[in-house]
Design a protein around this ligand. Structure first.
Ligand SMILES: [Zn+2]
Ligand SMILES: [Zn+2]
Length: 207
């Protein structure tokens, strides 16, 4: 086989992901009703969404999310892969597969901006879990659509959030529900802990 042809085929294979959702760029003449605009922190990656209400919105307390997001928990909204249209920088993405700890594009994986490293989404086999902090939610109605509906992997939490939402020990709808601590009890507990901490500081026992 001609060497150039062979090389082209290989390149095509490597770049195949660009032609498939969620990375497929929509043509101007295609119908893509834009409901939201979103961008990473540095602005090199920008995308649009065509669906007004996410399929679901969740807070995940698992230790992988804690490490990957450097946060006590992670907020994700679920969309179909066809609901997103990258308008900028979709070639400047980097992947991370937390299962195999590899940076190959292997699903499910984490997707980040390769410049500012803002987490963009978790790409699953069938769905995408977008991080709504990147989306420009302008009205109270928009914000309400994205409000979290449950907590998952709550058993791995670093803090109590007595907000009345369902709290799953592991995956939502596939694990046991954890009873919400009564808000007054959490408040009393935290105040007591803070008072004890202040006492320790006063006594110089805080080294
Ligand atoms: Zn960026
Ligand atoms: Zn998680």
């Amino acid at each position: 086989m001609d060497q150039d042809v062979a090389r082209e085929e290989t390149t095509e294979g490597i770049n195949e992901w660009k032609k498939r959702p969620p990375y497929r760029i929509h043509e101007d003449n295609e119908k893509f009703p834009v409901k939201y605009e979103a961008s990473c922190h540095c602005g090199k990656v920008k995308y649009q969404l065509s669906r007004q209400e996410p399929l679901d919105s969740k807070l995940c307390h698992c230790t992988t999310c804690q490490k990957q997001h450097a946060a006590p928990f992670q907020w994700a909204a679920i969309f179909h892969k066809e609901d997103i249209n990258f308008t900028h920088g979709h070639h400047n993405l980097e992947w991370y597969d937390p299962t195999e700890k590899s940076v190959d594009h292997k699903l499910p994986c984490k997707v980040r901006c390769s410049y500012c490293h803002s987490p963009i989404m978790d790409e699953g086999r069938n769905m995408i879990l977008l991080f709504p902090s990147l989306i420009d939610l302008q009205t109270d109605e928009d914000k309400a659509f994205f409000k979290p509906r449950c907590h998952m992997f709550y058993g791995q939490r670093v803090m109590d959030i007595p907000d009345g939402l369902p709290k799953w020990d592991g995956l939502s709808n596939e694990s046991n529900l954890i009873e919400d601590s009564p808000p007054d009890m959490v408040k009393d507990f935290e105040r007591k802990r803070e008072a004890e901490r202040n006492q320790r500081f006063e006594k110089g026992m805080n080294q």
